[in-house]
Design a protein around this ligand. Structure first.
Ligand SMILES: CC(C)(COP(=O)(O)OP(=O)(O)OC[C@H]1O[C@@H](n2cnc3c(N)ncnc32)[C@H](O)[C@@H]1OP(=O)(O)O)[C@@H](O)C(=O)NCCC(=O)NCCS
Length: 159
């Protein structure tokens, strides 16, 4: 697990453009383009956007991103490539992101998840997130006319 570098672009493009329909189903209804992945990588500045990737045999197989919404609040997102799911990678990335958020004095983490995405809901809840609200997701964000959950975790000061 490490921070991404500019030279990771091709690896990230390969990861994002080869996600299965099942993974995309909970993300959005249209595919990632190379330009979009480049923009996503270029936005990583470790002030407003943070990222950690997991690598296996020279290929990036997962990414977690933390995107600041304000001084105190940030949104977390995780994607694990299909073949690597259910091996603990998502939870390791989430733990790293929670630690990073604490270090950056972020007080609240939020995540948006399709309400049918039971694996993601399980992972977030297992790490202390609670459902803050349920809402009707717009088609272009979550895909299809399904509901989404806003999950949140309040980070306490360490004593
Ligand atoms: C959600 C996601 C990040 C999880 O990553 P992962 O590496 O597979 O997660 P882990 O292996 O660490 O943990 C998976 C957990 O979910 C559980 N799980 C797997 N499938 C499940 C399902 N259909 N319903 C409920 N729980 C499920 C596993 O048992 C495991 O829990 P446990 O450790 O308590 O036994 C991954 O499935 C993914 O990338 N999905 C597509 C993108 C996405 O939806 N991201 C979340 C929105 S930001």
């Amino acid at each position: 697990m490490r921070f991404p570098e500019r030279s990771d672009l091709e690896k990230l493009v390969r990861m994002y453009t080869t996600l299965s329909q099942e993974s995309m189903r909970f993300l959005r209804p249209y595919k990632f383009s190379k330009n979009e992945v480049r923009d996503m990588l270029e936005r990583v500045d470790f002030k407003n956007v943070y990222s950690i990737v997991a690598e296996w045999e020279g290929e990036i197989v997962a990414e977690a991103r933390l995107i600041r919404h304000s001084d105190k609040t940030a949104e977390v997102g995780i994607i694990v490539h299909d073949r690597f799911k259910n091996q603990g990678i998502g939870q390791r990335l989430l733990k790293e992101m929670i630690e990073m958020a604490r270090k950056e004095s972020i007080e609240k983490l939020i995540a948006f998840v399709n309400e049918k995405n039971s694996a993601a809901i399980h992972v977030f809840k297992k790490h202390g997130f609670e459902v803050e609200k349920r809402f009707s997701a717009e088609r272009y964000i979550m895909g299809r006319d399904e509901n989404a959950l806003k999950l949140s975790l309040t980070l306490k000061e360490e004593k």
